[in-house]
Design a protein around this ligand. Structure first.
Ligand code: SAH
Ligand code: SF4
Ligand code: F3S
Length: 451
């Protein structure tokens, strides 16, 4: 029998779903009696919770695993979880013989038994079910923050955008029962949490797989808004097709629902959108944004964009450029297309040269930068509501976010952590706002220059 592990370290890649899965795995391991280690090199149990969304994300983990194989880590247990575990399954053992386990996104509850099995048998174990069974004990999640929490409401994705691995790595959509979500949020409120972010690849699909619950996304939002103590509710992410008038009205009417909406456009050309299987045209997207801004005039928008999708011409890229200029997103995540094994788009020639993809990427990044500067000027001198999350890295300032998801730092007392404060925006350091409480002036420090 192998020596039972005493300490663990989990390295997390990818999106918020993976961050939450890490918190749930950490909770299981703490319950099992292990203690977290800050030392990746020497932890008895080392887990890589991986992402497959783009080639680079996978290459980073592959590089790490290769290095570990060469180092002598005889006594430690090493495993891969997350989306790459689903994309590569047991083939990972061939490439990395020192790996002890591969656990997919739908099997994180099996972590405890898999570790026991390895200890007793010293065999390599893989568990990669295609479908998620709603049997997770979400309440054991070990969260770092005491102020804001991620809460899973739906797992998987049924949208099948042609470039995307997620439907294959996370399986089909499975909603979590509303009582379980409400119960977790109530407990979080009792523990003092002030903000929850509802997570799903497509939160607006919530409840559609279980019509008998009679609880769609906006119904769920109303239930959660009623919980005493939760000041802010956010959600990540939503597919434009499912951003309904009902949801827009919920954002307008429910006090805790923040006015920041992640509204991923992906491309500005209707032909490319069709090829991506996004199921909306550019015109339909623009119309939805118009409607949202009419119903919620102070809404701010976030987006995801892919440049260099197969066959994207210069003129089609210009449409994306113009769309971003016109729509003025407050936050934009911009990516170069990366062909993924198993997706329909992988069968098409990845025909936009890497140099062209990079040029397009840079043009959009500098456009977004310009738009960001203009947006920041408008914030100057304004009072914003800040949920104070923690001490800033410099150890001197407090750090928090506005309702529209802007990061802000300001001087204050640590007992303000977990409270809402009105803060005046006085300057910026890169994207971060620098503010001051009423009656206080900003202190310039070497780390925080006021511009
Ligand atoms: N469910 C979310 C997206 C999850 S993936 C949604 O639909 O909005 C996050 C982002 O990664 C996507 O929005 C997309 O912009 C990007 N992405 C996904 N697959 C990609 C690929 N193959 N190449 C480049 N970017 C990709
Ligand atoms: Fe991927 Fe599309 Fe699903 Fe988002 S909606 S996770 S981009 S398949
Ligand atoms: Fe990556 Fe999986 Fe999230 S592929 S982006 S970790 S759903």
């Amino acid at each position: 029998m192998r020596k039972p592990p005493k300490t663990f370290f989990i390295r997390t890649y990818g999106c918020q779903m993976n961050e939450l899965d890490t918190e749930i795995m950490a909770g299981q391991l703490l319950k099992k009696g292990l203690t977290p280690s800050l030392d990746e090199e020497n932890a008895d149990l080392l887990i890589f919770n991986t992402c497959s969304i783009r080639d680079l994300a996978e290459r980073k983990v592959m590089g790490k695993l290769g290095l570990l194989g060469r180092a002598s880590r005889k006594n430690s247990i090493v495993g891969v979880t997350g989306c790459m575990a689903m994309a590569k399954k047991q083939t990972l053992f061939r490439k990395f013989p020192h790996l002890d386990f591969v656990i997919g996104t739908n099997n994180i509850t099996d972590l405890d038994t898999v570790i026991d099995e390895i200890l007793y048998t010293d065999h390599q174990i893989h568990k990669t079910d295609d479908r998620f069974e709603e049997n997770l004990d979400y309440l054991i999640a070990k969260r770092d923050s005491k102020v804001k929490a991620h809460v899973s409401i739906i797992r998987g994705c049924d949208k099948y955008c042609t470039y995307c691995v997620v439907p294959y790595t996370r399986g089909e959509e499975v909603s979590r029962p509303p009582e379980s979500i409400v119960d977790e949020c109530r407990r979080l409120a009792d523990e003092g949490y002030k903000e929850i972010t509802l997570l799903g690849q497509n939160v607006n699909s919530y409840g559609k797989d279980r019509p008998e619950w009679n609880c769609l996304f906006h119904d769920l939002l109303a239930k959660l808004d009623a919980i005493e103590g939760i000041e802010r509710i956010r959600f990540m992410t939503s597919h434009p097709v499912d951003i309904t008038v009902g949801l827009m009205e919920a954002i307008r009417d429910l006090p805790s629902l923040c006015e920041f909406v992640h509204f991923p456009l992906q491309a500005g050309s209707s032909r490319i959108l069709k090829k991506m299987h996004r199921i909306y045209t550019k015109e339909q997207y623009f119309e939805k944004v118009r409607l949202l801004r009419e119903i919620v005039p102070n809404a701010t928008l976030g987006t995801d964009i892919i440049v260099g999708f197969p066959t994207e011409t210069d003129a089609e890229f210009e449409e994306t450029y113009e769309a971003m200029k016109e729509l003025r997103f407050s936050v934009a995540f911009i990516f170069a297309y990366s062909a993924r094994t198993g997706t329909p788009a992988k069968r098409w020639k990845d025909d936009v040269p890497e140099t062209v993809k990079q040029e397009r990427l840079q043009r959009l990044l500098s456009l977004q930068n310009e738009l960001g500067q203009e947006e920041r000027q408008q914030f100057l001198g304004q009072d914003v509501e800040v949920l104070v999350e923690s001490l800033n890295k410099d150890g001197k300032h407090l750090k928090g976010r506005t309702r529209c998801w802007k990061k802000i730092v300001f001087e204050g007392d640590t007992d303000m952590i977990g409270t809402l404060q009105q803060v005046k925006v006085q300057g910026f350091h890169h994207q971060t706002m620098i503010g001051a409480l009423p009656g206080r002036q900003i202190q310039k420090t070497s780390k925080l220059k006021v511009v």
